[in-house]
Ligand binder design. Structure first.
Ligand code: URA
Length: 436
């Protein structure tokens, strides 16, 4: 191996790492030949100086190639997925995957667990009785072939470099770096063997990237990485200044997904499912235009085909599809507390991170890996942002099991204001296409 100190010195001084140095570092770190102290110093230098475009491509490729890259040679359908940077109440993937598959795509979706203030798709899916997300490679492929959808978690052999690097970044305060985030997300998504990818990059107080400009910069870097690996991609820049839909919390969100799959549910959830699904169909070559794609997705929600397909996915992944009809089979909290307006005014969300932390306080989130989640607890938001609320009316329903209510209420009271006037910002701020 080359002199590790020379690699470190090059990056410390703002230089560029060669492809060989990157490949050696990544493989050495995964095998254990490179120590954590060396890796954390290198990550800090990258955090400070960033990476050139070609350097980041080599870094991402080395991460991707650190493990198994999925290929589905028997699958004739276009393979298209979406990734969201996540936020409060973001449950779009759950109705989107079966809707896109009902329209002819294959959706091999590897998702993550919730950590901190945002929830994770895997945890939400596990609120469906019996639903298994820890699938072996064979089970994942079988489910994808049989239904057009597989909803799984990262297995140890998929991008092991990210698993180790992410854990190290987490404990050394090195998460918030655009090249490190972009390479982490894209190495995992590109390991799915995709033809195309839709990215939902959220901005606002409930998002991972609070500032809009940084969210856009991240989106552009991820689009370039996809292009460098021959994967078509589009990024949507969407609003996370208010919760998505009317619920946040695992089982509550699953019910809302079921509503969406029945052609109902909140308008913003349906809008993002149709928009992202429409773009997935367009990129995958199954729709001529975005409008055509949106219309196909909307039809699949309204005619029951997306719901029927999701029932098959649930059964295939070990779950009980009868909960689609019998909602009482989902977990429900024992108590409901109504947080009422102390004065009249127009609802304006101010701090969605506090909303996420309120759910954690109730036991519905994880502050560290390994924490156990209570799927039944969560919040219902009966009012839309920008809507007038009179004194004494309910602003938030808190579904709880007797744990953390006081702390949750304290956090929630600081999360919104009732003001004389407020115009909510749009749901979709920009569509960013891949540069040719
Ligand atoms: N999500 C990821 O998968 N990786 C990051 O670095 C940040 C968010």
């Amino acid at each position: 191996m080359s002199d590790l100190r020379a690699i470190l010195a090059a990056k410390r001084d703002g230089g560029r790492l060669s492809d060989e140095q990157i490949a050696e570092f990544i493989s050495g770190y995964v095998s254990g030949d490179v120590s954590d102290y060396f890796a954390s110093a290198l990550l800090m230098a990258i955090f400070i100086h960033g990476m050139e475009e070609a350097e980041l491509v080599a870094w991402t490729r080395a991460m991707l190639e650190s493990g198994r890259v999925m290929r589905f040679p028997r699958l004739a359908r276009p393979k298209v997925d979406k990734h969201s940077t996540g936020g409060i109440g973001d449950k779009v993937s759950i109705p989107l995957a079966p809707a896109a598959a009902a329209c002819g795509l294959a959706v091999p979706m590897i998702s993550g667990r919730g950590l901190g203030h945002t929830g994770g798709t895997l945890d939400k899916l596990e609120a469906i009785p019996g639903f298994r997300t820890q699938l072996s490679a064979e089970e994942f492929e079988r489910c994808l072939e049989r239904t057009g959808v597989a909803l799984g978690g990262q297995t140890p052999d998929l991008v092991p470099a990210d698993r180790k690097l992410y854990a190290l970044r987490d404990v050394t305060g090195l998460i918030e770096s655009i090249p490190l985030i972009a390479s982490s997300i894209m190495s995992k998504k590109l390991a799915e063997g995709l033809d195309a990818l839709v990215l939902d990059v959220k901005f606002g107080s409930g998002a991972f990237m609070v500032e809009r400009a940084r969210g856009e910069a991240l989106a552009r870097v991820m689009l370039k990485l996809a292009a460098s690996m021959g994967v078509k991609a589009t990024a949507l820049h969407t609003n996370m200044e208010r919760p998505l839909g009317r619920t946040a919390g695992h089982a509550l969100e699953i019910e809302e997904c079921f509503d969406c799959l029945e052609g109902g549910g909140p308008a913003d959830l349906r809008e993002l499912v149709c928009l992202q699904g429409g773009e997935m169909l367009r990129l995958g070559g199954l729709a001529k235009t975005l409008d055509d794609g949106r219309a196909q997705i909307a039809r699949s929600l309204d005619d029951g085909s997306a719901r029927e397909l999701f029932a098959r996915v649930i059964a295939e992944q070990g779950g009980d599809p009868s909960c689609l009809d019998e909602r009482s089979k989902l977990a429900h909290a024992a108590h409901k507390h109504e947080l009422r307006a102390e004065q009249g005014g127009v609802l304006a969300w101010r701090d969605l991170r506090a909303v996420g932390h309120a759910i954690c306080a109730l036991g519905g989130g994880r502050m560290k890996l390994g924490d156990v989640i209570d799927p039944a607890v969560g919040l219902v938001f009966p009012r839309d942002e920008g809507e007038r609320v009179e004194r004494g009316e309910v602003v938030i329903e808190v579904h709880h099991n007797g744990r953390g209510l006081e702390r949750a209420l304290e956090l929630l009271r600081g999360a919104f204001e009732l003001v004389p006037a407020h115009t909510p910002s749009p749901l979709v701020l920009a569509t960013i296409a891949q540069e040719r």
